[in-house]
Design a protein around this ligand. Structure first.
Ligand SMILES: Nc1[nH]c(=O)nc2c1ncn2[C@H]1C[C@H](O)[C@@H](COP(=O)(O)OP(=O)(O)OP(=O)(O)O)O1
Length: 181
């Protein structure tokens, strides 16, 4: 069996089936403009999730912390420079045709430096936080987005069909704290 990534927080999920699966770590960052009640999303132009509007993020590299990965991916995909990011929640995705679970660490950030620019991977656009384009986003986003807005921390688990759209099972809970990086 593959050696578990020590940065993974799968141990927080009390579920044998889950613990037995390898996990790949990802980040997902939502740059917020509190004054204008807006969030920056990016239209993914290639690869996984192509054609969807999403936060900014990607795979965590072996030599970095999850937070460092979040800040790096945000800069690479949007041009925005964040001094810090705030942890919002943890998402676990199980795709029917993939034996590796996706472990996605969700952050928001405020007052970034730099300017949002279109990159090879993403075309950025601002949206009102209370009128999100959920029809163009991942199917699970509409369920946990209210937690991001309220500031409540959350852990969500979603089981998806190979079409990456149909959710066959889900669990979403508010947690008191996220005692991991
Ligand atoms: N169901 C889902 N809902 C959601 O909101 N975001 C999801 C999601 N499933 C995956 N994501 C996010 C997590 C992460 O930010 C992104 C996937 O990362 P990528 O595959 O784009 O990684 P990389 O940018 O490292 O890719 P490459 O450089 O193309 O190898 O999609």
């Amino acid at each position: 069996m593959a050696v578990p990534d020590p940065r993974s927080v799968a141990r927080h999920v009390e579920d044998d089936a889950h613990r037995a699966m390898p996990h790949r770590l990802y980040t997902l960052v939502f740059p917020m403009d509190k004054a204008r009640h807006r969030v920056l999303l990016g239209m993914k132009k290639r690869g996984f999730g192509c054609g969807k509007l999403n936060g900014f993020g990607g795979k965590v590299e072996p030599a970095e912390t999850i937070e460092q990965g979040a800040i790096r991916e945000l800069a690479e995909e949007s041009g925005l420079l964040a001094a810090a990011v705030d942890k919002c929640g943890l998402l676990l995705f199980y795709f029917e045709d993939n034996p590796v679970a996706m472990e996605v660490h969700v952050y928001q950030t405020h007052g970034c430096g730099g300017a949002a620019v279109e990159t090879e991977e993403m075309r950025p656009e601002w949206f009102a936080v209370d009128n999100m384009p959920f029809d163009q986003m991942w199917a699970d986003d509409r369920y946990w987005w209210p937690f991001v807005l309220s500031g409540d921390k959350f852990v969500g688990r979603f089981w998806l069909k190979a079409d990456q759209v149909t959710i066959t099972r889900s669990e979403l809970v508010r947690v008191d704290g996220l005692d991991f990086a």
